[in-house]
Each structure stands twice: as structure tokens, then as C-alpha cells.
Write a protein that binds this ligand. Structure first.
Ligand code: NAD
Ligand code: TYD
Length: 348
């Protein structure tokens, strides 16, 4: 029986990773450590919460004493670290919480893992989940590869870049066995409606304006979250020690084109005349420091580990919309309370 700690498992990507591991590896015990911030939601894991090989632990990675004690109690053989503050717009409002959770929190986990296994790292693994945003912005051509220099532009990406550097440093300095991956924008079920796709789905349902930042000509490379979870499984089990893998959808969309596709699909699913949702598009003030384009070259993970995306964007988007339409209770729970305050502040 292996003891695997997944941090941030009540969040968007983490919940899909927890589900995959609990179902696929009955001989592992999966511990999900999550502080249940605004972004963490145990409703994401209702289907697996009573499984014998699953334990939820509510706790904060910012709390060093708590993290140290947890590792001493459970002797985790592996860590898959997803817990983070993850939204760029929030990082612009309050950078400090990103420093505390994303940088300090990561170091607390590294320290606890080191204290537990230093001198006997054989068979152990620390997997740090990161983002392509650490590479900064591309111009209209080119792709991020694993050796692209870090050049983060937002407090969020700067905090993730810093945590990546600490993970590498623990590998070099203490021989701590790590793998790292940098992934492009995810979408799919259970994503908190502050990010582009679920925010716009929710607004279309409610006939609210769709706030497109700037001229909408910003480009992102979108990956279906379940494909990301499968990539994390492959990297955790088969990735080379001290290596980084870029994970991406090979699926670039300008925001405005993505939003138009979303509007078309939503009109069909909601039985509204074609063009109804597009009328909600509203161009608003741009995000400061807005990165023009992200795009991943995922050749390394494909050639070395045999992973590639399995879902086309049209299929993934359609499944995502269906999920939100079928889970109106989930959506109404997460959009009540503090969400309304955030929305008013962010979008006036
Ligand atoms: P999310 O915001 O949906 O979930 C983050 C989870 O971490 C939440 O459950 C939250 O409660 C938990 N958390 C936050 N602070 C914590 C703390 N101090 N202690 C313990 N738990 C805490 O994020 P996500 O979109 O699922 O992203 C997960 C990871 O993947 C992050 O590290 C993010 O940087 C990375 N990533 C995300 C994307 C994306 O498109 N969403 C792309 C690439 C990489
Ligand atoms: P987001 O989902 O916040 O992800 P990230 O900033 O990590 O890429 O945003 C995706 C793109 O959509 C990004 O270019 C910003 C843009 N965007 C809008 O135009 N309006 C919005 O309300 C949001 C949240 C994002």
C-alpha cells in the first residue's frame, strides 16, 4: 500500500486527479489535503468520498507545524502538489496571498518531505504541478518548450515560477526526487466560474454581459481537464527524475473566437435563436500585464511518455456546457455568497 498525498484535491484539476487515482489505484491510499478556500469544494468529490482508499484532510499548507506533523503521521511515499491560489485577476488584487500559499506553502511541503525521507529517497517522488504562464508571453509565433526561459508577468505566474525554482533547488541541493509539469489552460467540469469558460457559461445562462478583456485577440492553448489528469498520472508514474514536462492541448484559440464558438453551442443547447448569446459580448477594460499568447510544444511528453490529448475542443466544450447545465445546484452553491462580492468588485 502506497500513501499518496494530493494537495488541492477539492479544487478543479485536483478533484479530477483524486478521482482518477482513487479509481485506478485501489492499492494506493489517497490523502486529499485541502484548505477549502473559496475554490475548494467537496461537492466535486461526492462520488468517491466513501471509498476505502480515500481520506480527506482539511488543512492549510501555509501552516508549517501542521504540514510537518501530517507528514510524520502518514509517511507519504508520494506527493502530487496542486494546492495553489490560481486566478490571475485575484493575484493582481492581492499578490501577498499568492506568495504565502504558492511559494511558502510549497516550501513547507518540500521541507516536510525532505525531513521524512532525506537519506532514503529511493522509490519516493514529489510531483509539482505548474503552469505554462511561468514562461511569460509569446508573440504571434513560436511555442513554449521545456527549456524556454522563465519570464513571468503576473503575480500569479511569478509565484508559480518561484515555487518551480524551489522544487528544482531541492532536487539539486538535497537530491530530493521530483518531477515537474507546466500545463496550458484547462477547461471542463467543476471549474470555478471566475475563469473565462465557466464564467461565460454562467453569464449566458443568466443573460448577463460577457466581459471580454481588451480587444479579445489574446490567445490561449486549451486542454480538457480529464486529459490533464491522465497526463499527471503518466508523469507521476513514468516521468524521469528531475525532469520537466510541458503539457498542452495543441489547441490555440483567440479569446473572441472561443467566446463566439461557446455562444453558438450555448444557443443550440438552450434552444435560443442563433446569435442570441453573441449579443451579450461586451468589450471591457483590459487586464493589466495581460499576456498576449500562450502555446505549448508537447512533443517531449508525447515522444517520451506516450501521452497526447484525447478529446477535440468541440467535444470537450460541448461536454463541459452539458455538465454545467446538468449541475445547476453546484453552480448556484458556488455563485452565492462571496462570489457576488468578487464579481461586483472585478466587473463593477
Ligand atoms: P483551483 O483554484 O480550482 O484549486 C486550488 C485548490 O487548492 C482549492 O481546492 C483550494 O481550496 C486549495 N488551496 C488553496 N490554498 C490552499 C492552502 N493554503 N492550503 C491547502 N489547500 C489550498 O485551481 P486549479 O485550476 O485546479 O489548479 C490546480 C493547480 O494546477 C494549481 O497549482 C495551478 O497553478 C495549476 N494549473 C492550473 C491550470 C488551469 O488552467 N486551471 C493550468 C496549469 C496549471
Ligand atoms: P483565465 O480563464 O483567467 O485564464 P488565464 O488568465 O490563466 O489564461 O483567462 C483566459 C483568457 O480570457 C485570458 O486572456 C483573459 C481572458 N478573460 C476575459 O477576456 N474576460 C474575463 O472575464 C476573464 C476571466 C478572462
Amino acid at each position: 500500500m502506497k500513501h499518496i498525498l494530493i494537495t488541492g484535491g477539492a479544487g478543479f484539476i485536483g478533484s479530477h486527479v483524486v478521482r482518477l487515482f482513487v479509481n485506478r489505484y485501489p492499492h494506493y491510499h489517497i490523502y486529499n489535503l485541502d484548505a477549502l478556500t473559496y475554490a475548494g469544494n467537496l461537492e466535486n468529490l461526492k462520488d468517491i468520498e466513501h471509498r476505502d482508499n480515500y481520506t480527506f484532510i482539511r488543512g492549510d499548507i501555509k501552516d508549517k507545524a501542521f504540514v510537518d506533523a501530517l507528514f510524520k503521521t502518514h509517511h507519504f511515499d508520494g506527493v502530487i502538489h496542486l494546492a495553489a491560489e490560481s486566478h490571475v485577476d485575484r493575484s493582481i488584487e492581492d499578490p501577498l496571498i499568492f506568495v504565502k500559499t504558492n511559494i511558502l506553502g510549497t516550501i513547507h511541503l518540500l521541507e516536510a518531505f525532505k525531513a521524512l525521507w532525506m537519506g532514503s529517497f529511493q522509490g519516493k517522488r514529489f510531483y509539482h504541478i505548474s503552469t505554462d504562464e511561468v514562461y511569460g508571453s509569446l508573440g504571434s509565433t513560436g511555442l513554449f518548450i521545456e527549456t524556454t526561459a522563465y519570464d513571468p508577468n503576473s503575480p500569479y505566474s511569478a509565484s508559480k515560477a518561484s515555487s518551480d525554482h524551489f522544487v528544482r533547488a531541492y532536487g539539486e541541493t538535497y537530491e530530493l526526487p521530483y518531477v515537474l509539469s507546466n500545463c496550458s489552460n484547462n477547461y471542463g467540469p467543476n471549474q470555478f466560474p471566475e475563469k473565462l469558460i465557466p464564467l461565460f457559461i454562467n453569464n449566458i445562462i443568466n443573460n448577463k454581459p460577457l466581459p471580454v478583456y481588451g480587444d479579445g485577440n489574446y490567445t490561449r492553448d486549451w486542454l480538457y481537464v480529464i486529459d490533464h489528469a491522465k497526463a499527471i498520472d503518466v508523469v507521476f508514474h513514468n516521468g524521469e527524475n528531475k525532469e520537466t514536462y510541458n503539457i498542452g492541448g495543441c489547441n490555440e484559440w483567440k479569446n473572441i473566437e472561443l467566446v463566439r464558438l461557446l455562444c453558438k453551442q450555448m444557443d443550440v443547447k438552450l434552444g435560443r435563436p442563433d446569435g442570441t448569446s453573441e449579443k451579450l459580448i461586451t468589450f471591457v477594460k483590459d487586464r493589466p500585464g495581460h499576456d498576449l499568447r500562450y502555446a505549448i510544444d508537447a512533443t517531449k511528453i508525447k515522444n517520451e511518455l506516450g501521452w497526447e490529448p484525447s478529446v477535440t475542443f468541440e467535444e470537450g466544450l460541448s461536454e463541459t456546457i452539458d455538465w454545467y447545465l446538468n449541475n445547476d445546484l453546484w453552480l448556484s452553491h458556488v455563485t452565492s455568497g462571496s462570489y457576488q462580492d468578487y464579481y461586483k468588485k472585478q466587473y463593477n
